[in-house]
Design a protein around this ligand. Structure first.
Ligand code: FMN
Length: 371
């Protein structure tokens, strides 16, 4: 019997196809594929196709301004790099290459807990550029605290807590390939040198790497995380805290009640829960609850500048770019990532001009039509 894992991938873009040709099959599958039957991944893209732009004309679009503000900082465009771990599986320079593009293009960079390089190494590439740290709350409080402290000490200006990963989703392809980038040591940049993490090991990583990597896998996240536990992290830092992986309006309400500073509507790119609501479909009800009190970001399915436009029109303040920049990284390293950012920015600017929206604030649901 042929399993889902063995089915040849259908490429969603030329860029994805090129990435497939460039990197090792297991790494490509890890990046491109999703949980279970991949219904969530398909929903994510399908949700964007349901919406059409209903343009306004004769609005003098000679000047288009893509800039916006998040947490009192000006962004030159309404998107950020999503926290994507293990970037070395796409290119040897991994996060260092994408961080260089983040700096050059003025796009904030969100560093993953499971980055291939350490947050210190990535920060030194980013210099003064805006960066946030994505936190997997560890089973060990000492490790969580140490990661947060290091983020603060290295100029990270927000903590993104990922809340849709209490356990890992079922990824059939990775199981079929018997592939785990964490086991191979491609996602340990933040752990192996962390003093609190090292204190948990019977022998240092230099003496027993396999055991150290297994320890990271065992403690990277905690299934027991709940709203009460989150209060601990609130007490650890004064940085703004965003929750990544909110899809239900009731959870958005709870986030407000718990003084969370921002939310990211996300289903982790369809890598966690199969048959999950598309992020874009979840957005309008959440925007209704939030009523602009805190920023709403969205990811999962953003492929073009037109998608950015649609997400903003439905209530997002900004979006996170995921797989497209990793495909760019796989195809041509730093230059590949830069091309992706330029392309998405150009598409957004052009769609705004053609839809009659001169500023990010002018993008609203009146410019959309649900077909
Ligand atoms: C290879 C890969 C690794 C990822 N690693 C992380 C991670 O370490 N932490 C996290 O919060 N999300 C992670 N994500 C999810 C992204 O942050 C984002 O939610 C997702 O890529 C959005 O879906 P899209 O890329 O299909 O648009 C990862 C996604 C991919 C593709």
């Amino acid at each position: 019997m042929i399993t889902a894992a063995e089915i040849q991938p259908e490429f969603e873009s030329l860029l994805e196809r090129k990435a497939f040709e460039r990197i090792r099959r297991e790494a490509f599958d890890y990046i491109a594929r999703g949980a279970g039957s991949e219904a969530t991944m398909k929903e994510n893209l399908g949700a964007f196709s349901k919406w059409k732009i209903r343009p306004r004309v004769l609005r003098n679009v000679a000047e288009i301004d893509l800039s916006t503000t998040l947490f009192n900082r000006k962004l030159s465009s309404p998107f950020l790099f999503a926290p994507i771990g293990v970037q070395r599986i796409a290119h040897p320079d991994g996060e260092l290459a994408s961080a260089r593009v983040a700096k050059a293009t003025d796009v904030p960079f969100v560093v993953s807990s499971a980055a291939s390089y350490s947050m210190e190494e990535i920060a030194s590439e980013l210099e003064e550029s805006t960066r946030w740290f994505q936190l997997y709350c560890s089973l060990e409080d000492t490790v969580t605290k140490s990661l947060v402290n290091r983020a603060e000490a290295n100029g990270y200006s927000a903590i993104v807590i990922t809340v849709d990963t209490p356990v890992l989703g079922i990824r059939e392809t990775d199981a079929h390939n018997q592939y785990s980038p964490l086991e191979e040591g491609d996602g340990c940049g933040n752990y192996l040198n962390d003093p609190a993490f090292r204190a948990l090991l019977a022998r240092p990583p230099e003496a027993d790497m396999k055991a150290a990597l297994q320890k990271q896998i065992d403690i990277i996240d905690q299934p027991g995380l709940d709203w009460d536990e989150l209060k601990k992290i609130r007490r650890m830092t004064k940085l703004p805290i965003l929750l990544k992986g909110i899809l239900h309006p009731e959870d958005a309400k709870l986030a407000l009640e718990h003084n969370i500073d921002g939310i990211i509507v996300s289903n982790h790119g369809g890598r966690q829960l199969d048959h999950c609501i598309a992020s874009l479909d979840a957005l309008p009800d959440i925007a209704q609850v939030i009523q602009k009190r805190i920023p709403i970001l969205l990811d999962s399915g953003i492929r073009t500048g037109v998608d950015v436009f649609k997400a903003l029109a439905l209530g997002a303040d900004a979006v996170l770019l995921g797989r497209p920049f990793i495909y760019g990284l796989a195809v041509n390293g730093e230059a590949g990532v830069r091309q992706v950012i330029h392309k998405i920015r150009h598409e957004l600017e052009t769609s705004m001009a053609l839809a009659g929206a001169r500023t990010i604030q002018e993008i609203n649901s009146d410019l959309l039509f649900n077909s």
